[in-house]
Design a binder for this molecule. Structure first.
Ligand code: PGA
Length: 249
């Protein structure tokens, strides 16, 4: 495991196959010189064409969700094996929209992580507190509980490919961003908690991304913080020029 700068785009339920191809044609020339790791999570339907389009570049393609089950009678679900087959190189798990709108619990996310590790599909685990939890000073408690439950009993070896994204729910798609200082303070608390469980050297190597209304005009200040290693970007990842500007680092 090595700590690296990762800029990841989460497209959510946006973009057709054609739109995906057009985006990548515009983006790829812009990322040639970037030294950070660039990741994009298109919708399932565009995974395979996106995986073909990025061949030979250093952009990685991944999925936004997957089933915890290996296979079976689970109408509408997509398995880790299918994702790998389609060319996915990572998977986002536990996004707050999955938690809030589709009822995903920490226990379910734990099962999905287990599946991802078994399949060799590197996960980005999302954690985050709500506005109410922040206002009542429960942020760190909520985040460390999410970590404890989602990552319960995994060994350091299993967690080798893990990336964590801290995304305060109140900052997602709202235009409200945590200030760089507030995000840094939270990232530091997350890293300290990880260090307590899996050791300081493991925590030092873990890439911790910030997400929630990241844009060209706030990304530098966020990434300048010592414990913020990258960003998970929703809205501002949909435009190739805007995203291209943010990955040039
Ligand atoms: P946003 O979304 O950048 O549109 O706030 C971030 C995310 O949900 O990952």
């Amino acid at each position: 495991m090595t700590r690296k700068t990762i800029i990841a785009g989460n497209w959510k339920m946006h973009k057709t196959i054609r739109e995906t191809i057009d985006f990548l044609e515009e983006l790829l020339p812009k990322v040639k010189k970037s030294t950070c790791e660039v990741r994009i999570a298109p919708p399932f339907t565009a995974l395979s064409v996106a995986a073909n389009a990025i061949k030979g570049s250093h952009v990685q393609i991944g999925a936004q969700n997957m089933s915890e089950a290996e296979e079976g009678a689970f109408t509408g679900e997509v398995s880790s094996r299918m994702l790998k087959d389609a060319g996915a190189q990572f998977v986002i798990l536990g996004h707050s929209e999955r938690r809030a709108l589709f009822g995903e619990t920490d226990e379910l996310i734990h099962a999905k992580l287990q599946r991802a590790f078994q399949e060799g599909l590197p996960p980005i685990l999302c954690i985050g507190e709500t506005e109410q939890q922040r206002e009542s000073n429960q942020s760190v408690q909520v985040l460390t509980t999410q970590i404890d439950k989602c990552l319960k009993e995994f060994s350091r070896e299993q967690l080798e490919t893990l990336v964590i994204a801290y995304e305060p729910v109140w900052a997602i798609g709202t235009g409200k961003t945590a200030t760089p200082e507030m995000a840094q303070e939270t990232h530091q608390a997350i890293r300290a908690h990880i260090a307590k469980i899996w050791g300081g050297d493991f925590a030092d190597q873990l890439s911790l991304l910030y997400g929630g209304s990241v844009k060209p005009d706030n990304i530098d200040a966020l990434l300048n913080q010592p414990d913020i290693d990258g960003a998970l970007i929703g809205g501002a990842s949909l435009d190739a020029a805007t995203f291209g500007q943010m990955v040039q680092r």
